[in-house]
Design a protein around this ligand. Sequence first.
Ligand code: PRP
Ligand code: URA
Length: 209
Amino acid sequence: MAKVYVFDHPLIQHKLTYIREKSTGTKEFRELVDEVATLMAFEITRDLPLEEIEIETPVEKTKSKVLSGKKLGIIPILRAGIGMVDGILKLIPAAKVGHIGLYRDPKTLKPVEYYVKLPSDVEERDFIVVDPMLATGGSAIEAINSLKNRGAKHIKFMCLIAAPEGVEAVKAAHPDVDIYIASLDEKLNDHGYIVPGLGDAGDRLFGTK
Ligand code: PRP
Ligand code: URA
């Protein structure tokens, strides 16, 4: 069964407060999302495998640990997921980045796929799908379907804010995918927005309306 991790680190919670605040402008919103993505990447990479190599310090030869060279892929769900990519790449710069374009139909709230471009070696990579918002779960479920249909086997999902409804939907559709969240909010409103949430992540990130 999928595990759900809520990152309650004080720095993440502090920055998330200002991300939520409606008077926070586009520039600051973007910077904060980038910073929280880096902090979350630090937590999500906790289980990366290590191997020992031999090195020589100025004092003596010794064995020391390095990452074992696992291939990673970051998959932002367009548009808003893009805001989290650079923050993650600061810690894992060798990761490849694929893109899955989805928008939520405002009437049905169902995701509509319009773009998919993935690294060529999908089957060999471990993926982190990123999107600031997990609301009904439709977009995350569809993005993960899209990745699995192309051969991906190991997938994690990371978001800033999730609604309980979305978490349950992703767990039911993809029990093999662990979910990493900065905040589990209260509920969805009648328009499918997360309460209290942060509003429309894409609009706040890119200054559109
Ligand atoms: C937002 C958000 C997620 C999706 C979450 O994107 O970035 O992708 O909604 O909602 P769900 O869990 O109910 O599917 P949106 O559809 O607004 O597209 P955009 O990023 O292009 O603005
Ligand atoms: N998409 C957003 O950008 N915000 C929400 O609250 C729900 C879906």
